[in-house]
Design a protein around this ligand. Structure first.
Ligand SMILES: NC(=O)c1ccc[n+]([C@@H]2O[C@H](COP(=O)([O-])OP(=O)(O)OC[C@H]3O[C@@H](n4cnc5c(N)ncnc54)[C@H](O)[C@@H]3O)[C@@H](O)[C@H]2O)c1
Ligand SMILES: O=P(O)(O)OC[C@@H](O)[C@@H](O)[C@H](O)[C@H](O)CO
Length: 377
């Protein structure tokens, strides 16, 4: 069995690649990072360390291709793959789409393409990019043979600091949930992948709890001078503000999906313990990366805040505070953070938020964020 996985980065090596290999796939990593691809081909294996546990996992049966330099080989690999996965970041999906279109157009058997990105409807969005960029004669085959099941992916994999390029340290916890109804052909059998009929409660619970909490820890942590998520969690002020944001996003999730309060609180408590893992050093700059994406209308801050106004009919003060902290986030090494600050300079913080979050001019969330911005001043 063959797998093609786009993105040999943290989650690609630290999670998806490992599960695919364990399930018996020969995994081809596709990336644009030459050094990573060369090392994968040279070593043919790598090691995963489990944070806080004296255990490591060997991943072998792997190879690598550079998608910028070995397009034909990537297209061939896609045409022959039994499963295709991605973990490249939401903004890269449109970039890998033409290669996918070509590879999928050359197939004669069904295959599933699973985008393992932190976003709602990631595989569906990838499918749209593929169809938009496919030649007209390619579309029929793609539509007939390629399934694009959406997925929720959860495992904290920080940026790596080992001497060798491939070793990756991850938290022991993981969850990979995939939408069963969108699968074409045989269901993939991957231990650790859970197939469900309706992905929505899973992806919303994950994105609006794990990632909402993480973003709160990153932006508030950064504002109060912390470098890592663990440090931010040791600051009782940041911790209690984050808990407030999670109570707000949780109130919406409970109303929408019928989780009990006790169940949801247990989910939140587990996540906070994961953030506090003493053996995991995760920088606020990684977790806060790409703040324009994170302030998007369907993402982890604005969507639960807007839904709190709609479902609970109260002001989401804590989520608004995190949004305000995100608007104040400065990091010249992060292209989106620099772009956001340039927009804030030009339009003001609320004007910038209105644009990136696609809010109407008089949206009550703008007033709530304005109040919080004043408290930061
Ligand atoms: N790290 C985590 O804790 C975590 C957990 C769950 C989900 N995710 C999601 O996984 C995705 C990847 O995150 P990450 O943390 O692994 O990031 P990362 O930066 O470590 O990895 C991304 C990889 O994609 C590669 N890439 C960039 N452009 C490419 C292209 N055109 N073709 C092929 N490869 C390309 C990069 O070179 C890099 O190796 C994101 O959507 C993220 O939200 C991350
Ligand atoms: O990957 P992002 O930029 O969407 O979000 C940063 C982190 O919150 C994220 O990578 C988490 O570590 C991950 O989602 C945990 O499952």
């Amino acid at each position: 069995m063959r797998a093609v996985h786009f993105g040999a980065g943290n989650i690609g090596r630290g999670f998806i690649g490992a599960l695919l290999t364990k399930a018996g796939y020969q995994t081809t990593f596709v990336d644009v990072n030459d050094a990573l691809i060369d090392e994968i081909n040279e070593q043919g294996r790598y090691q995963i360390e489990l944070a806080g546990e004296n255990e490591s996992i060997q991943v072998s049966n792997i190879s690598g291709l550079n998608s910028a330099k070995q397009k034909e080989a990537v297209v061939d690999a896609l045409a022959q793959a039994d499963i295709i996965t991605t973990a490249v970041g939401p903004n890269i999906l449109s970039i890998i789409a033409p290669l996918l279109a070509e590879g999928l157009a050359n197939r004669s058997t069904p295959v599933n393409v699973i985008a393992c990105e932190n976003m709602i409807g990631g595989s569906e969005q990838l499918k749209n990019h593929v169809l938009e960029q496919a030649k007209s004669e390619q579309k029929e085959n793609i539509l007939a043979l390629a399934g694009f099941p959406n997925a929720a992916v959860d495992r904290i994999v920080p940026d790596q600091t080992h001497d060798d390029l491939l070793t990756v340290k991850v938290e022991p916890y993981f969850e990979w949930v995939v939408e069963k109804t969108a699968i074409k052909g045989d269901q993939p059998e991957v231990e650790g992948m859970t197939l469900v009929d309706d992905l929505t409660p899973y992806i919303e619970r994950k994105l609006f709890t794990v990632n909402t909490g993480h973003a709160a820890a990153a932006y508030l942590g950064n504002y109060y001078g912390h470098e890592t998520i663990k440090e931010a969690m040791e600051d009782s002020n940041v911790l209690s503000k984050m808990q407030g944001a999670l109570q707000e996003s949780g109130a919406v999730l409970i109303k929408k999906y019928g989780f009990t309060e006790a169940q949801h609180q247990q989910y939140i408590d587990t996540i906070i313990q994961r953030f506090q893992n003493p053996d995991l050093s995760d920088l606020v700059t990684r977790v806060g990366r790409a703040p324009i994406r994170k302030l998007g209308p369907k993402d982890r801050l604005v969507r639960p805040a807007v839904e709190y106004l709609e479902w609970v009919k109260e002001t989401p003060e804590h989520l608004a505070e995190v949004i305000a902290a995100a608007l104040l986030y400065k990091n010249q090494d992060d292209a989106e953070a620099a772009e956001l600050q340039a927009l804030v300079e030009k339009e003001g913080a609320l004007g910038a938020l209105q644009q990136v979050a696609d809010l109407s001019e008089n949206h009550p969330l703008l007033t709530a964020v304005d109040e919080q911005l004043k408290s930061f001043a």
